[in-house]
Design a binder for this molecule. Structure first.
Ligand code: 5AD
Ligand code: SF4
Length: 440
């Protein structure tokens, strides 16, 4: 979207007040994010009243939900444009239509067309870049709205991806993340079919790429071939994020996750055996309709068995159109129980995370310095290739932002590590000096 706007002559401004156009790009995965987005749209009414020339658009996954469109029409008539995930390449045409019609334009496609290549793009400068390789999801987990908002899986062709990554590497981007809602089912829809392992092997050969990441994987499609490619790779980072969602077979079945607890544990054993230094992380949902105390205990037990470095934990949130939203009415887990389970889960995970971090003290790791710490400008914040945050005392005489530097880990906390720079940066300075784009 930013790339298309740049071609139309727009440029970023620091805040909404000075903007000619505000696009609220939304996420629909959980209800809390939706409430936040709608609240923000509501707040912008005052600004629109003062400045009628400002245009306001709502985009992203929420626009794909009929409920959102109905809500906006009823309560947010100050919105000028609503468009979805499948027609964002038409943004210039849609903005023209807003000018011509002078009333709310709603243009949301129910289904996705072909993958659109060669759209202009505008990236944040620096060394990190994200590259979409597959859109959509065919898994239909019963709690999840993504298959409805993002449509069926469509993979990009390998040559188009390689061309994009080569161009990024020439510009100085060294930390590349390939993206998909279900990234490791990449390529099954191409002719001839290929897979994520094939793509990673090809991208590994791109000069200038230092770290290669992929997100988000589904355990069912995490093949032994992929594990072996990661194990042998010098660039694919040794961070394996495999959302388990629940440790109970009966819940996994009703979630339609298509694996059992035993199959998942076997997969994790194979990952650990092939990649002994892998950092393992996961996503977990508590309070899925009908989750019993025994089901929840099995999730706790699985966490103790796998010993993840970190887990993203969520309270189940019923989503429009999904099968589980219908069961929620019949068999809900009471809110206080959901909260209690979330707290117990977090307590356990935080303890394990701290122990995992403590084991890194004394080791030297390559750290990509990402910027100044938000809390303390005398501190740099960076990350290891396994995505652990590392805080470093800042030397005001040198600029290490966007550089890869060797760091000795000196301190371990639950959510971050502390370290000291112990050598010169190993990377060239990027040609794309970072300019922060305003994000609200
Ligand atoms: N409620 C709560 N969490 C959800 N997630 C996806 N859908 C829901 C939902 N309806 C979580 C899953 C997923 C992560 C991105 O968000 O854990 O892996
Ligand atoms: Fe949603 Fe992921 Fe399941 Fe797809 S695989 S339906 S994106 S949770």
């Amino acid at each position: 979207m930013a790339g298309q706007l740049r071609e139309m002559g727009y440029s970023p401004v620091p805040d909404e007040k000075s903007a000619d156009l505000v696009i609220v790009n939304t996420c629909a995965v959980r209800g809390s994010a939706e409430q936040h987005a709608l609240g923000y749209v509501g707040q912008l009414k005052q600004l629109k009243d003062q400045k009628s020339s400002m245009k306001l658009a709502v985009a992203g996954c929420m626009s794909q939900e009929p409920g959102t469109i109905a809500w906006l029409k009823k309560y947010a008539s100050h919105v000028d444009l609503v468009f979805g995930t499948h027609n964002l390449h038409e943004l210039p045409k849609l903005l023209d239509e807003v000018e011509e019609r002078g009333e709310m334009v709603v243009d949301v496609w129910k289904t996705a067309g072909e993958v659109v290549e060669h759209l202009p793009s505008q990236r944040a400068d620096g060394v990190q870049a994200y590259v979409n390789i597959i859109y959509g999801c065919d898994k239909f987990c019963t709690y999840c709205i993504v298959p409805f908002t993002r449509g069926k899986e469509r993979s990009r062709e390998i040559p188009a991806i390689v061309e994009e990554v080569e161009a990024l590497a020439r510009e100085g981007y060294q930390d590349i993340t390939v993206l998909g809602q279900n990234v490791n089912s990449y390529g099954h829809d191409l002719t001839p079919p290929v897979d994520l392992a094939d793509l990673l092997v090809r991208l590994e050969k791109v000069d200038g790429v230092r770290w290669l990441r992929y997100t988000t994987s589904h355990p069912r499609d995490f093949s032994q071939k992929l594990i072996d490619v990661i194990a042998q790779s010098h660039k694919v980072t040794r961070h394996v994020h495999l959302p388990v969602q629940s440790g109970s077979n009966s819940i996994l079945k009703r979630m339609n996750r298509k694996y059992t607890r035993e199959q998942y544990l076997d997969l994790m054993e194979r990952v650990k055996a092939a990649i002994p230094d892998a950092v393992l992380t996961t996503d977990i949902i508590v309070g899925f309709p009908g989750e019993t105390e025994d089901d929840f205990e099995q999730t706790m037990d699985l966490i103790k068995t796998v010993r993840y470095d970190a887990a993203f934990t969520f309270i189940y949130s019923p989503r429009e159109k999904t099968p589980a939203a219908r069961w929620e009415g019949r068999d809900p887990v009471p809110n206080p129980v959901k909260k209690d389970r979330l707290n117990r889960l977090m307590d356990l995970q935080y303890r394990i995370s701290l122990e995992a971090n403590q084991r890194l003290v004394g080791r030297t790791e390559l750290v990509l310095v990402e910027g100044l710490s938000k809390k303390n400008p005398n501190v740099w914040a960076g990350r290891t290739h396994t995505n652990k945050v590392v805080l470093l005392e800042r030397d005001p005489d040198v600029d290490l932002i966007d550089r890869f530097v060797p760091v000795k880990i000196t301190q371990a906390k639950t959510f971050y590590l502390g370290g000291e720079v112990v050598g010169a940066p190993v990377s060239e300075r990027s040609r794309r000096r970072r300019v922060e784009l305003p994000l609200v």
